[in-house]
Design a protein around this ligand. Structure first.
Ligand code: NAD
Length: 414
């Protein structure tokens, strides 16, 4: 049976909330989404025809601050997936100590099959459909799978035109020219790299020389490849949606980036041999980074995995069965809500800079990012030790406790 990410997300909250001794009403509160907006809207295509698209925006919980979460454009976007991702954002912000609640949005579409003009019209119309929910004090979108700084610029412009003034704080992950932050593009991967270094310290693995396999070679996986290579690690295998490649001597990120620019994929890179996407999970490596989509690390794949550390660059990449198998093998998992939280952390910095209209240099951004990643990692590791639980359970315990406390302090209205 395939478990839906929403079912998995709710089940996890149940288990951890019970462990924390939370009352039943609080468990139900934490398992529910505050707002769910389902939208269907028309977009005029280049050939003059009109196509209908479906999307949504979900706000899971606002107890600790305005909602924060990305916008995903993908053919398989479903409301249940987006609800799970929105809930994940609540825990991610809580575990990092960032004053936001969780949200997520998405449109079911394949942007690779849209022209630039069609993509812009789709983005602007989707933004208009969700405009009453979003705003710098209400809900602040950001990029996610298949959305980027340009898409965020269209969201910011559409919102600003509707309210009548420039509102850079309505989205993060924008281009620098319109209020984006230095360091934001690399932030998720940089945060992953910091947490991987700390995990290496925890298990006694030397990052220089360590062998790494990465699934997904986009904003997270592709940049992380370069950062780990620069840190002396050897990235021996990578995969994207069109193919996977392996070279036990290491894959040069700069040459691969050049190849990707021309071919649009890592497949057929001359500096490595092709393998199947599934074979990536059997590659000899010390560190495995799922940085593509949810539910990629199944039980069967976890059984084959040789890594000592799994660093969840993607959101929800590990199935519950795989979690148990990896725990049994003594694999150190850096959970998604901690591992990939560098993106939302620098998004928070971007929002702070936009609100103050005062911008930091890249060093300041990276130093603050590293400090916050380190603080969160150490808090989770300490909790894991104290409660004799793994890093995922410890991260959820910290996050759920913080959100539950905020709800309790605010009280029940009216
Ligand atoms: P992206 O669109 O830039 O890259 C996704 C990559 O995954 C691409 O290389 C794509 O080809 C690959 N991919 C897709 N399906 C695959 C498959 N079946 N097998 C192998 N590769 C596959 O997206 P991204 O921004 O890098 O996001 C990746 C993951 O990280 C998502 O789960 C996202 O939610 C999460 N995440 C992203 C950010 C961010 O700042 N971008 C922050 C936190 C979490």
């Amino acid at each position: 049976m395939t478990l839906s990410p929403w079912w998995i997300a709710q089940d996890r909250v149940d288990i951890v909330s019970k462990r924390l001794g939370l009352e039943k009403w609080m468990r139900e509160y934490l398992k529910s989404c505050k707002r769910v907006l389902d939208v269907t809207f028309p977009v005029r295509m280049d050939d003059g025809s009109v196509r209908m698209f479906s999307g949504c925006r979900v706000q899971h919980n606002l107890a600790r601050g305005p909602a924060k979460g990305g916008i995903r454009f993908h053919p398989s976007v479903t409301l249940d997936d987006v609800k799970a991702l929105a809930m994940g954002m609540t825990w991610k912000c809580a575990v990092m100590g960032i004053p936001y609640g969780g949200a997520k949005g998405g449109v079911a579409c394949d942007p690779k099959k849209l022209s630039l003009g069609e993509l812009e019209r789709l983005t602007r119309r989707y933004t208009s459909e969700i405009a009453f929910l979003i705003g710098p004090d209400k809900d602040i979108p950001a990029p996610d799978v298949n959305t980027n700084a340009q898409v965020m610029a269209w969201v910011m412009d559409t919102y600003s035109e509707n309210v009548g003034y420039s509102a850079p704080g309505v989205v993060t992950g924008k281009p620098i020219e319109i209020g984006g932050s230095e360091g934001r593009r690399e932030a998720t991967a940089r945060g992953c790299a910091v947490s991987i270094q700390l995990a290496c310290d925890a298990v006694g693995l030397n990052l220089p020389g360590a062998r790494v396999a990465i699934q997904g070679h986009g904003n997270v996986g592709g940049i992380l490849h370069r950062l780990l290579h620069e840190a002396g690690a050897r990235v021996v295998a990578v995969a994207d949606s069109q193919g996977a490649i392996m070279n036990p001597q290491g894959i040069d990120p700069v040459k691969l980036a050049r190849h990707e620019k021309v071919k649009g994929t890592v497949a057929h890179f001359p500096g490595a041999k092709p393998i199947s996407g599934d074979a990536l999970f059997s590659v000899d490596c010390d560190i495995f980074v799922p940085a593509a989509l949810e539910n990629q690390l199944t039980g069967a794949r976890a059984r084959r995995l040789k890594a000592r550390i799994v660093a969840e660059g993607a959101n929800g990449p590990t199935m519950p069965e795989a979690d148990k198998i990896l725990a049994g093998k003594g694999v150190f998992i850096i959970p998604d809500i901690l591992c990939n939280a560098g993106g939302v952390t620098v998004s928070y910095f971007e929002w702070v800079q936009d609100i103050q209209s005062y911008f930091w240099d890249e060093n300041e951004v990276n130093e603050n990012l590293e400090r916050i990643m380190r603080r969160a990692f150490e808090a989770v590791a300490a909790r894991a030790k104290k409660e004799s639980v793994n890093m995922r359970t410890a991260a959820y315990m910290l996050a759920i406790e913080r959100v539950a406390r905020a709800i309790a302090i605010r009280g029940i209205y009216p």
